[in-house]
Design a binder for this molecule. Structure first.
Ligand code: A3P
Length: 292
């Protein structure tokens, strides 16, 4: 059977500016009150910035490079997408894990938790318990391109590029807390440029050490080709559940192109300028560009 997610409309949630799926309002408080553990590691990102890539890296670093378990148990089971259940209307059963909040609560420590929520909607205890947080950024035009395909693939989006770019938003909230001891910011571009260096810095952040052989093994495991062909991370069975009739019935891969600058083959110069302007407006008064 095929189905679409998020057919249940949108709702504005406090604080103003957060528009989420209607079902989410039934879970806001449960998410805000979720118990956070000091040895958790939270992977927090805007969608399409390299979350899955970072999650697989982090889970393996936290679990002594247990490649065997990583290949046999799917990433969504090892590392929950905390709020995912809130985006699925109650009568849908999309993942093998029906309630990702309960899954998160029941997981053994150390937990590696994924969230795309904006800072204001995350569990309150994140700011008092202060577990380690890894935040991943990506060039906004590549995020927009990747997210456009994601919307076509998962939510049956059939609108134009122009409409999509007009509705596109991102966030720079985590940049403000980049210097906190428990926060590490990395980027898709850094991972593409020098994956071993990013792995080393994440390992150091997590107080783990790796031998040169282990580093090489982890790099191989995290390469685009090996992740694309690894059923434990590709979410193929979930992808097959979505209504893809508008895409000719073809199941599309979640791990798609994995490029830096891939937007160039998709955007008109006008659309690229629009996103660049959005980025510049959002970065006004921040020192982000000077440091990257
Ligand atoms: P593209 O759509 O540009 O290909 P997220 O996990 O946050 O949803 O991010 C998905 C993006 O990360 C996709 O980008 C996907 O292809 C890319 N990606 C996932 N694993 C990767 C890897 N090992 N190497 C490079 N890119 C990867």
């Amino acid at each position: 059977s095929s189905r679409r997610l998020y057919t249940n409309g949108m709702v504005k949630i406090w604080p103003p500016g957060c528009t989420l799926f209607t079902e989410y309002k039934n879970h806001v408080e449960r998410v805000r009150q979720l118990e956070v553990r000091p040895d958790d590691v939270w992977i927090i990102t805007y969608p399409k910035c390299g979350t899955t890539w970072t999650q697989e890296m982090t889970w393996l670093l936290l679990n002594n490079l247990d490649f065997n378990t990583a290949k046999n148990i799917r990433l969504i089971e090892r590392s929950p997408f905390m709020e995912f259940a809130c985006f699925v209307s109650r009568d849908e059963k999309v993942t093998s894990i029906d309630d990702t909040l309960t899954q998160t609560q029941n997981l053994e420590s150390p937990r590696c938790i994924k969230s795309h929520l904006p800072k204001q909607l995350l569990p309150k205890q994140l700011w008092t318990v202060k577990p380690k947080i890894i935040y991943v950024t990506r060039e906004p035009k590549d995020v927009a391109a990747s997210y456009y395909h994601h919307h076509r693939l998962l939510y049956g989006y059939t609108g134009s590029w122009e409409q999509f770019v007009n509705a596109f938003t991102g966030s720079y909230e985590f940049w403000k807390i980049r210097n906190e001891e428990n926060v590490l910011i990395t980027s898709f571009e850094e991972m593409k440029k020098n994956l071993p260096a990013v792995i080393k810095s994440v390992a150091k952040f997590l107080d783990r050490t790796l031998s040169p052989e282990q580093l090489e093994q982890l790099c191989d495991h995290l390469s685009f080709d090996s992740m694309k062909n690894n059923p434990a991370v590709t979410m193929e069975s979930e992808m097959a559940l979505f209504d893809n009739s508008h895409l000719g019935g073809k199941v599309q891969p979640f791990i798609r192109k994995g490029q830096v600058g891939g937007w160039k083959s998709e955007f008109t110069p006008e659309l690229a300028q629009k996103i660049d302007k959005w980025t510049a407006d959002n970065l006004k008064g921040k020192d982000y560009l000077h440091q990257h």
